[in-house]
Design a protein around this ligand. Structure first.
Ligand SMILES: C[S@@+](CC[C@H](N)C(=O)[O-])C[C@H]1O[C@@H](n2cnc3c(N)ncnc32)[C@H](O)[C@@H]1O
Length: 232
């Protein structure tokens, strides 16, 4: 019904973008299944820019329909992969898709927001985020929350199918303004991550497709205090 109302009032594009930011209902579930397919090339490309060890404990924020969780579980084959998403419908689709891995204890999918995650300090070796940072409510606070859950030397991998300064700027700027989304340029990514305390920010772009992958790290002493508290 809502889709008809949105179409009739000319807001279909905005409604679709808001569904991408928080998939809801039958359409939302259909959409995240479609994203599992549509984002697979981007996800594989982005994950090829980082080394994930077999033993790694990995968190995928905004896991959507959960295809990246499957891929991460094959990379961290002796580790553990956790997905978190604030759409209950995304969580349901991701759980269904990864049912076997969940039963075997290799994957877990939780409902929650990047802004307040239900994990102890210094839990993860690597945090990934595919096509999701556009929608986060407060990038500065949300990056601080990611920093909290990463172990010292942990890595953050942000993968996105658009960035400012690409040849798709006209299309992307329209999406950003209609959807009320955030979209960084290469320079903005570097500045934002450095300001948030991340080191060795490495940006790779795929100019023909307009994709971007940003890998950054925590220092060896980051979170040391929290880790010491946990160990005692
Ligand atoms: C465009 S979809 C991408 C899904 C998946 N990563 C992929 O590439 O197919 C964005 C996802 O991020 C989730 N999301 C948006 N804001 C979030 C937040 N603040 N905390 C957690 N998840 C969020 C949405 O619910 C949605 O499932």
């Amino acid at each position: 019904m809502r889709i008809l109302v949105a179409g009739a009032t000319g807001n279909l594009f905005g409604w679709l973008l808001s569904q991408s930011g928080r998939p809801r209902g039958w359409f939302g579930r259909l959409l995240v299944r479609g994203m599992n397919l549509g984002h697979s090339g981007l996800t594989l490309w982005g994950l090829s820019k980082v080394e994930i060890s077999e033993q790694a404990k990995v968190l995928d924020i905004g896991c959507g329909g959960g295809r990246a969780l499957e891929r991460l579980a094959s990379l961290a084959s002796l580790g553990k992969v956790v997905g978190i998403d604030y759409s209950e419908d995304s969580v349901a689709v991701a759980r269904k898709r990864n049912q076997k891995l969940i039963v075997s204890g290799r994957v877990e999918v939780l409902h929650g927001s990047v802004s307040a995650m239900p994990f102890s300090d210094a839990t993860f070796d690597c945090v990934t985020a595919v096509e999701t940072y556009y929608f986060w409510p407060d990038i500065t606070a949300d990056l601080a929350e990611i920093r909290r859950v990463l172990k010292p030397n942990g890595q953050l991998v942000i993968i996105a199918g658009m960035y400012l300064g690409s040849k798709f700027d006209k299309r992307n700027k329209r999406r950003i303004s209609v959807g009320g989304m955030r979209c960084f340029s290469v320079q903005e990514f570097e500045d934002t991550l450095q300001d948030a305390g991340f080191l060795n920010v490495a940006v790779t772009v795929e100019p023909r497709k307009g994709w971007i992958c940003v890998v950054s790290e925590l220092g060896a002493n980051d979170n040391k205090k929290q880790l010491a508290t946990l160990e005692h």
